[in-house]
Every structure is written in C-alpha cells, then in structure tokens.
Design a protein around this ligand. Structure first.
Ligand SMILES: Cc1ncc(COP(=O)(O)O)c(C=O)c1O
Length: 414
C-alpha cells in the first residue's frame, strides 16, 4: 500500500513535455516528412484515427520479435504489440514459414478450408462458453455479429453497454466509449453519448449505458426496461481505460441479474482472449457468458475475429435465420496463422512464460512506485498490465476522468 503520494508539479510536467517533444522531433524527421505527405491523401494522415498520436505518428519500417523500428532507424522495445494482438511477437519464424507455405497455396478461396474446422475445434476446446463458433475479420465484426445474434435470439432490440468500454466501431457500440464529464451525466444513470457523428438517433435510443462494477445500477436498468433488453455487452476486465478489474462478486452478480431478466450476457474477449489465460476470462472468473467475442491475439497478427456460444443460440445461424457473411471469413491465411499460433506457439509453457514476464514488469513498477511515492497504481492480469496514473484503484470509467492527461502524455513521450 502506498504512503501519501507526492504531488505532481504541473509546471515541471509541461517542461518535460516541451523537452521530450523536441527530442522526439529531432530523432524522427522522416516520420514527420511521411506524416506531412500522408495528410493530403489520408484523413488525419492515418488509416485508423487512433493511430494519429501526437505530436505525430511514428512511421514504422519493420518489426521482429519484441522490437520495432521506425523510418528513421530508431529501435524500440514494443510493449504495445498491436494492442496485444502479437503476444507471440513480430514475425515469429514458425509463423513466417507457415504463412509463406500457405501463400504459395493461395491466400483466399472464399470457400471452406480444413484449417477453419481445426481452428474452430481449438477455440471450442479452449473457451468453456463456446460450443460453436463463426469466424470474421475483426473485433468490430465479432461484436456486431454477436449483438445481432442476441437480438434475434431474444426478439428484443435494446442493448446495455458499460460506460468506458470499446467494442469496435459499428453504430450500436460506439456509445459512451470515452464521454466527456459534461456529456456523461450522473455516474449512476449515465447518458448514452455517441462517440461519433453519423450514428442515427434511433440506434442511440436502443443503447442503455450502465456503470461498471455496479450491480445495483444494472438491476435497476433491467427492471426499468423489463422485456426490452436483448443483451449486455461488456469486457469482464475493462481494457479501454487503462485496466480496471471487477470487484469481488461483480461478474457473478451480472450473470445472476441477466439470467433473472432473460437477458443474454456477451463477454467481449477481443483483448482478454488468450492473453489473460489460455482459455480467456472464464478460466479466471467462473462466470459463464452466453456469447463471447474474440479477435486480435487468436490470429497471431493476421486479421481475424470470431464469435461463439451455446448451440442453442448459434442455431439461428444454423437455421439461416441470422445471416453471417463475409468474403474474407475463414480465409486460409488467417486460419493458418490462428491455428499455428494457438496449437504450436501458445503452449502452456509459453503462456506461463508470458505471464511471468508480465508479473516481473508489474513488480518492478510497484517497487518504483513505492520507492518514489508516485501517484500511480498497477493493474495486471495474465500477460496484460498497465500503469494507471492515479493513486487509488479505479472502480469504473468516472475514475478515468480524473487522470491527468498532460502527465499521461509526458509519461508516453518519455
Ligand atoms: C475489447 C475490444 N473489442 C473490440 C475491438 C475492435 O476490434 P477491431 O479493432 O479488430 O475491430 C477492440 C479493439 O481495440 C477491443 O479492444
């Protein structure tokens, strides 16, 4: 437990920002050159708006193992690993060989290949809630398809989403991902705040926002909207606002409440997937959701997504009542990458090794935090970890609003 943390001197933070921005610009002139050129052909100079990180994005030229190089030749240790998609690291030699071989046999059939079946079987084996699974190409598609399935199964339209979670960029889930304090409303009755223009009002009207770690609020919402809510979609451990862990008993309460109200529970395991444990969240917390969504690390770095659950729910696809389609679904490159990653690289020993490294890093941070009375805490689970720039543990999104964004920026630049 921390003693009283030091007070952050904001003048000093600004000085660090100025100094580190200057150092950043000095060592990355080619990234700046490419970024300036990109601005005329790509909005914000990037293909995904969150890549537009100030002062300007680094342009990457190559990556290998745990290291990544920018266009100016600077080498970095890559703790980000594409939001955890690359738990096996960049260009793992076993994967490189497997994908070269596959490329020689065709990269896209838009017809079934055997690896799709083998990878589906591996997901069924690893993830307790999955009896049947379908593949798509991203986490966004996985949550979109899971929500459609839940609506079909329950014949209801409304979705409950947790404030501060990110589930991709389709309309239903682009609500209250990181709303401003003014827009968010009261902490117990949060407003539904669209994160983008262009989302129809009736989509917003079908999304109800609930605070994380607050079972009473969920009970109230489902009672107020009895018979209207198809599903609650949530990450069991929030990973869009640093990392926020569930309080004791919270996930079980969510399960009990949703069952009582006939509402499906969707766990978005796009980030937690195989990174927190070989079998995901339900291996660590004995709570069984109705559907889970996967992506990122199950594909070893190739585009992939998947959603699955009990046959009783997936049968709507079996019966062709819910359409799930896609030219690239189950494509042989992603299937090969996923299969090799899960069956040859993510061995039990590899999982244990990654978790051990993560714990070691977290312990090192903890030591520093204690030695220097820093106003930080560490949230760590499996191979995932995060240094949160606030003294107390965060219970839900509202705590995120207290984080000093200039300090976070200085920390990132440093
Ligand atoms: C929890 C979660 N769900 C869904 C998504 C969307 O995944 P994708 O970017 O592959 O569409 C993300 C992306 O960061 C995520 O973190």
């Amino acid at each position: 437990m921390l003693r009283n943390p030091i007070t952050i001197n904001s003048d000093l933070v600004e000085k660090i920002v100025v100094r580190e921005e200057a150092a950043f610009k000095k060592r990355t002139p080619r990234s700046l050159e490419i970024y300036k050129r990109a601005l005329s052909s790509l909005p914000m100079g990037v293909s995904s708006s969150f890549q537009a990180i100030p002062p300007y994005p680094l342009t990457i030229s190559r990556a290998e193992g745990s290291h990544i190089w920018d266009y100016d030749g600077n080498e970095y240790v890559d703790f980000h690993l594409a939001f955890g998609s690359l738990l096996v690291g960049h260009s793992h030699p076993v994967l490189v060989k497997a994908l070269r071989d596959q490329l020689g046999k065709g990269s896209l059939y838009s017809l079934p290949c055997a690896d799709t079946v083998f990878l589906a079987e591996e997901l069924v084996r690893r993830f307790a809630p999955i009896e049947q699974v379908r593949f798509c190409n991203s986490g966004t598609e996985a949550t979109m398809d899971a929500i459609r399935l839940a609506r079909a199964h329950t014949k209801r339209d409304k979705i409950v989403k947790i404030e501060g979670t990110y589930h991709g960029h389709h309309d239903t889930v682009m609500m209250s991902t990181k709303p401003s304090a003014e827009a968010a409303g009261s902490a117990d009755h949060p407003n539904t705040v669209p994160a983008s223009l262009g989302i129809p009002k009736d989509v917003r009207d079908n999304v109800i926002i609930a605070p994380y770690n607050n079972a009473e609020a969920l009970e109230r919402i489902l009672t107020e909207h009895e018979g209207e809510v198809a599903a609650i979609i949530t990450e069991a451990v929030l990973m869009n606002v640093g990392i926020m862990l569930p309080e004791d008993g919270y996930l079980q309460s969510v399960r009990d409440i949703t069952r009582r109200h006939g509402v499906l529970l969707i766990f978005d395991e796009v980030k937690t997937g195989v990174t927190v444990a070989a079998g995901g969240i339900t291996e660590l917390y004995p709570v069984e959701p109705d559907l889970i969504c996967l992506a990122k690390s199950i594909g070893g770095g190739m585009p992939i997504g998947a959603f699955g659950g009990r046959e009783e729910i997936m049968r709507h696809i079996n019966h062709n009542e819910v359409l799930h389609l896609g030219t690239f679904n189950g494509n042989p490159m992603s299937m090969r990458a996923g299969l090799v990653t899960l069956t040859q690289l993510f061995t039990p020993e590899a999982h244990a090794h990654a978790n051990g490294l993560s714990k070691r890093l977290a312990d090192g941070y903890l030591q520093l935090i204690n030695d220097f009375d820093m106003p930080m805490h560490i949230a760590q689970i499996g191979a995932k970890g995060c240094a949160m720039l606030r003294h107390e543990r965060a219970r839900n999104y509202r705590a995120w609003l207290d984080v000093d964004t200039r300090l976070a920026y200085a920390y990132w630049l440093f």
